[in-house]
Design a binder for this molecule. Structure first.
Ligand code: GLU
Length: 484
């Protein structure tokens, strides 16, 4: 049988990390077995609709490479794939259940139902429906329908025994049927409840695996009983434990945790985020950590899913991100870095590609770029203490004499390029009888004004150019002279 999974998001306007993980696992379950991955938009809660929210979903799937085989934007044989466009289909299925004796009309008024709540001994908001309408005769029902009395259709739950379903992650789960409410399938406005639409859609779309958050575990017995009532095969259930901020709290956008879009804005790479998210609840048999999506498609196995909640560790993601940046093909890296370099460096005469080469292996996120390259644009004010470096064996006095010595050499250089600067500096080191660092560290410091910099003296001089390099060296000399 072909594996068919579906991602069924309710459009909220952003992509939760947990939702993206669900989408990824749905995708991987399908793709690792040559199956189909389907996108269905569950937008029937009109009160929660947010403008542009479906575009966020399309866009996320597109940039993460989780291409869906069927969906509202790509079509397919089981459409429409937007739930609000399927509204006309559900009533007939509910009526079919009424016919089978698995569901029934309920004409109870709001007032009566409210009364049930207050008479409920526990006094809590939830009270099970007392099945008042289950005993209506055929004639009474017909009379009510003829009189156009508003009604809902309820599922007739078993009152005795237990219902057990198997979940791939959580194992067998059993509930007492006596705890189950005769849930509404069709509301008074003729539209289906969310649970009912979800089950009918999954069946009609021939979904074989349902992956979703563990918050749906408690509803699943009801879903399962619906499949039974119809005589349909239930899908394989894969409920995922929540992604946590820490040991106690779930990740929550409302409490300031980051969405997928937030992470992108903070300079994380799509590939690194997808890789990291894959490991939030799943581990491969060999403990590898870095995977491309293609590799995940090959390696993913449902048996590697875990039921212990995983903590979203931004440090781990940051580490992974730096690994992806480091390994990235330079042209791709440059295309991502260039806009950030341009906004940080206004001086258009600087070679941004050379700067990009220097920083690629020093970044944790793309947003580190401005901080690392600012000094190319404007020399920061700095303390002469930066010239003192134990390992380089430099003092402020040594720095001053090295900077003064390099000025005429650099001024006379006929060609300003890395090799000639390098050779000239090495000759000077030999001539002065000092260590490399005693010349190069002061120059690096004068050129950057920073305690550390991407690139050393020679690379920085090459990029900054002769005039600017000498200007900065003179500034250094002046600063150091003031100490005397
Ligand atoms: N629309 C639901 C959600 O966004 C999905 C439920 C399901 O996958 O069955 O949480």
């Amino acid at each position: 049988m072909e594996i068919r999974t579906r991602f069924a998001p309710s459009p909220t306007g952003y992509m939760h990390i947990g939702n993206l993980r669900t989408a990824l696992y749905e995708y991987l379950i399908a793709k690792s077995k040559g199956g189909k991955f389907i996108l269905r938009i569950e937008d029937t809660d009109q009160g929660r609709l947010v403008e542009g929210a479906t575009d966020v979903i399309y866009n996320t799937l597109k940039i993460t490479g989780l291409h869906h085989d069927e969906g509202p934007d790509v079509g397919g044989d089981y459409g429409p794939y937007i739930q609000s466009q399927r509204m006309g289909m559900y009533l007939q299925y509910a009526l079919d259940l009424v016919e089978k004796g698995q569901a029934y009309y309920c004409f109870c008024t709001k007032e009566r139902l409210e009364g049930l709540k207050t008479s409920n001994q526990k006094g809590d908001a939830f009270a099970r429906y007392d099945r008042h309408c289950l005993s209506l005769s055929k004639e009474e029902i017909q009379a009510n329908l003829d009189a156009k009395i508003p009604y809902v259709i309820r599922q007739k739950m078993p009152t005795e025994g237990t219902t057990t379903f198997h979940d791939v992650v959580y194992g067998d789960i059993t509930v007492d049927n006596s705890e189950l409410d005769d849930q509404i399938l069709i509301k008074a406005d003729g539209f289906p409840t969310y649970n009912f639409a979800n089950v009918v859609d999954d069946h009609l779309m021939q979904i074989t695996h349902v992956v979703r958050g563990s918050e749906y575990l408690s509803s699943t017995p009801k879903y399962n009983l619906l499949y039974d009532a119809f005589g349909w095969d239930a899908p394989t259930y894969v409920h995922l434990p929540p992604v946590m901020r820490d040991a106690q709290h779930k990740l929550s956008k409302r409490h300031g945790d980051k969405s997928f879009e937030d992470l992108l804005e903070e300079g994380y790479l799509t590939e690194a985020i997808v890789n990291y998210i894959a490991l939030l609840g799943w581990s491969p048999s060999d403990n590898t950590e870095i995977f491309s999506l293609k590799e995940l498609e090959e390696k993913f196995d449902i048996s590697g899913l875990s039921k212990s909640p995983s903590i979203f560790d931004i440090k781990k993601l940051t580490w992974m991100n730096s690994k992806y940046l480091e390994a990235m093909d330079f042209d791709k890296f440059y295309s991502l870095a260039e806009p950030r370099l341009r906004s940080a460096i206004k001086n258009t005469s600087l070679d941004l590609k050379k700067i990009a080469t220097l920083i690629q292996k020093r970044l944790e996120t793309l947003n580190d770029i401005p901080r690392l390259v600012d000094f190319f644009d404007t020399l920061p004010d700095y303390s002469t203490e930066l010239y003192i470096h134990k390992k380089m064996k430099t003092t402020e006095e040594i720095a001053l004499s090295s900077l003064e010595a390099c000025v005429p050499v650099l001024e006379q250089l006929p060609q300003w390029e890395e090799t000639s600067i390098h050779d000239a500096m090495m000759n000077l080191v030999a001539e002065l009888g000092i260590k490399n660092g005693q010349l190069l560290w002061p120059i690096r410091t004068a050129l950057s004004g920073e305690p550390t910099s991407p690139g050393g003296a020679i690379e920085l001089a090459d990029i900054l150019g002769k005039e600017e390099s000498l200007r900065r060296i003179h500034i250094g000399i002046e600063k150091l002279k003031q100490l005397q």
